[in-house]
Structures are given as C-alpha cells and as structure tokens.
Design a protein. Structure first.
Length: 467
C-alpha cells in the first residue's frame, strides 16, 4: 500500500485541528480549510465563550451566597440584589478570550507545518476538494485522505427566527449590551439548562421552558432532580411539559407561544432547541459520502464514512456533540488513515459535564442502562452534604453515584453532582477505561478533607455489595 502523503481537512474546530496535528506528526502534508475561524464553534461561539460566561456567573453566585461563611461586603452581609455585572465588560472579555484561544491554535498549526486556507470547501470529486476563499478565488486540492469536521449550527424554528437582538441563538448572546430583564430560555437540554442558570445568576429573571417532564431529560434522573431543586430554591422558574412553537417581537420585548396556545412574555428569548449539521454545501454526492435523513454524516468507530479515504469527525457526524469526542474522532481518523496504531472510539468511556451550578459530570454506563437491563450491576450513591470539605465551603447540594458490574465488580459508570464535578470525574473515567474494580477504588488513598473522599466512600459502600 503506497504511503499517504496528502491530507485535506475541512473544518477548523477540535475535530479538524487535532486531526491536522496528528497527521503532521505522522509525516503527512496537511492542508486545513476553515470558514469560521480556527477553533470552530467550540472556541469562538460555543464551549469556550459559554463556559467563560458561566465562570462569571459562578463568582456572582458565590459572592451572593457567602453570608454563611461570615463574609461581609462594605460591612454588611452579602445581599444577592447588590451583586451584579457589567455585561459589556463580561462579553468583551469573553470575545477576547475566544479570539486569543483561536490565535493560539493558529500559531500551533503554523509551527507544526499545517497549511491553512480561510474559505469554504466542497468536493470536486472523490479525491478532490475545491476551496473558495473570501475573495472568490478557488484552489483545487488533491487528497489521498480527507476529513470532514464542519460542525453544526443552532436549529431554528420556522416561527422563531433569530434577530440577534431579542430573539437569540446561543451564538448571539455575546452582543447583548445589558443583562436581559426577563429571559425566556426555550429548551431544557444541556445548552438551555446552562444558560438559564448563568443568566439567572447574572441578574435576569429567567423562565425555562421544557417540553419534557424534567430538565436535562438525557441526564441521570437523580442529577436532574438536584438541579431542579436548586433552580427552584434560587427562584428560577421552570415550565415543564410545555412546548414552544413560536416566538415574536412585541413593542416591549418578546412573546413565546406554547403548543397549548398559552403565551409567555419576556424581554428576550434564547432558543436552545438542538443543532443541525453543516453538511449542506459540501457536495457530498460528488464524493459518494452518505448522510442520514437529518444530514449527519455516517461514520464507523474509526471515523470512516461510506467513501474510502474520506473520514469525518465532530458534530457533523452526530455521534456525541462534545468537543472532546470531536477531537478524539479526528485523532483516530488520522491514526487509522496513516497506518498508526489505533483503538476504535468507545462511547462507554466518554466523560461529559453539564456546566450548571452545581456541575453534573458523567462517564460510562448509566441509570437508564441499568434500569433497561443492558447490564447487571449494583449502585451506590453518597450525598456530598456530609463531606467535611463540602461543609467548609457550604456546598449542600450534590452526590457521587457509582455503578459496578455484578460478579466482576468492575466500575461501569459514575455520576458526580457538585462543585468541580468536571475535574472530579477524571479518576473515575480512568477507572472505567482501565476496568478497575470498586475494591481497587475503595482501597485507594484520598486526601482528607477532600471532595474526592466521597468517591472512595461510594466505592466502599459497593465493596462486597450484591444488591
């Protein structure tokens, strides 16, 4: 088999730029075509900006609720109504942070010898990609291997067209000059739940419209219950079993119409109703690349599409819309295409986090898997409230929940709800990937006092458990 030397990557997000770095490491000539900026939506309009906004919101929450720790502000106990933000300054910082992250990625690609083209791309044949720059000039790129990592965009309802001022997608909120007085968030999945909590902390009166019975319907039910309780206690309104079908501007704000005919009024509305793949303009038929009925590119566990030599990674595949999964798909694609050792993508080892306050982090098999009989196992759940470290910071909400396989006692999955859950999930991700048993986890030293001590406590409760 001749050595592959020419790789063309379409898309500059995590799936694209991580693939480019691996391909260069393995000696390929790499050209990366990107239309929206290096880093893609993950860096420029989605993960990095939203988590930066959430970081500010978390500081506000900590300051506003610090009275129990003895904190005084100007000699007074903190009053939530007196703690706020300058949203223009917040958004300016977020945009600058995203731009710097994008620039850093560009510098890394340049340093590693990746050629980049700022423009759009489409297939001109099975092994040929046509890049069109902003000035209209075209360049045809011959590719031994190509990778599609074009991401996804916010889904838009026909009767709720965004205007960037009052009716917004999550990509448009960073141009708001002021904190919305009353923000309606449509959609109670990860994106909706995160933004609802963040803007409520920043000072908005928020109503979260959920078409399901509970928020975060795809997450662990015990975790979703904790978040709903916290939101209710903080005064965030949740309308469950309510489907929004339209949104329109009024003289003073917006009006959202529900499927029941009822309406909800607010100053702004944020639509968070899912994503659509950016695959429409790639001329995939010219390359023989198949997509499903929603437009997502079909891939196998090593990121191969239906066309030999064409791979895909990230949100455009619909596998799991996480930057970490996109990056791993991109790496796997290049390892496979260029003949390096590779292990197929294993979704049961993927960890993820919902960056609400408290955070929700998960890895491996779930409560739904256990309830459906997809594995036989035992479960232990330890509340964080009794944890000494949690008490020190007055963290009363959250838990550690572990699942192990019956018989082998191998850790099968985990859920953490609480502060820094996104960091605490790493040792459990390692344990799931390395097939450690709960006995091994229980026998591992932890620092005292520490939140991680509750992980070992949950493992000790599972040790020897058979029910």
């Amino acid at each position: 088999m001749p050595r592959v030397t020419s790789v063309v990557i379409v898309g500059g997000g995590p799936g694209g730029y991580e693939a480019a770095l691996v391909a260069r490491q393995l000696g390929a000539d790499v050209t990366l075509v990107h239309s929206d900026g290096l880093g893609g939506s993950a860096v420029l309009t989605d993960a990095v900006p939203s988590k930066a906004l959430i970081a500010t919101a978390n500081v506000i929450t900590e300051a506003a609720t610090s009275a129990t720790l003895g904190v005084l502000i100007h000699g007074r106990r903190p009053d939530p109504s007196l703690v706020g933000v300058d949203l223009t300054t917040v958004n300016r910082r977020i945009k600058a942070l995203a731009a710097q992250q994008s620039a850093d990625i560009g510098e890394r690609l340049k340093r590693e010898g990746v050629r980049t083209i700022h423009g759009r791309a489409r297939f001109g044949g099975p092994d040929r990609i046509v890049a069109t720059r902003a000035d209209g000039t075209e360049e045809t790129l011959d590719a031994d291997v190509s990778l599609l990592a074009t991401g996804a965009r916010p889904r838009i309802l026909a009767d709720a067209q965004p205007d960037g001022e009052r009716i917004l997608t999550w990509e448009q909120v960073y141009d708001l000059p002021d904190v919305p007085e009353r923000l309606i968030v449509v959609g109670s999945g990860v994106t909706g739940a995160e933004f609802a909590g963040a803007y409520h902390a920043l000072g908005s009166r928020v109503v979260l419209i959920s078409s399901r019975e509970h928020v975060l319907p795809s997450e662990d039910p015990d975790a979703a219950k904790v978040l709903e309780e916290v939101y209710g206690r903080r005064g965030l309104e949740v309308l469950s079993r309510s489907r929004a079908v339209a949104a329109r501007r009024t003289d003073g704000g917006v009006e959202v119409t529900l499927s029941t005919g009822h309406t909800v009024q607010g100053s702004h509305v944020l639509m968070a109703v899912g994503s659509l793949p950016n695959t429409d303009d790639l001329d995939l038929a010219a390359a023989g690349v198949e997509v499903d009925e929603r437009g997502f590119i079909g891939v196998d566990r090593v990121s191969r599409t239906s066309r030999r030599g064409v791979y895909a990674a990230g949100d455009c595949t619909g596998v799991l819309m996480l930057a970490s999964v996109a990056a791993m798909q991109g790496r796997i694609a290049m390892w496979h295409a260029l003949g390096d050792a590779v292990a197929p993508l294993e979704l049961s080892q993927v960890s993820s986090t919902v960056f609400t306050n408290p955070e929700i982090a998960t890895v491996g098999l779930t409560q739904a898997d256990l309830d459906a009989g997809r594995f036989r196992g035992d479960v232990a759940m330890v509340a964080l409230a009794p944890n000494a470290r949690a008490k020190m910071a007055d963290h009363t909400d959250g838990f550690v929940k572990l699942f192990c396989r019956r018989g082998s006692r191998i850790l099968a999955g985990a859920v953490i709800v609480g502060p820094y859950a996104s960091e605490l999930i790493l040792p459990l991700t390692i344990a799931v990937e390395q097939r450690l048993t709960v006995d091994q986890l229980a026998a591992t030293f932890t620092v005292y006092p520490s939140l991680s001590g509750s992980i070992a406590e949950a493992a000790r409760r599972l040790r020897g458990s058979t029910e």
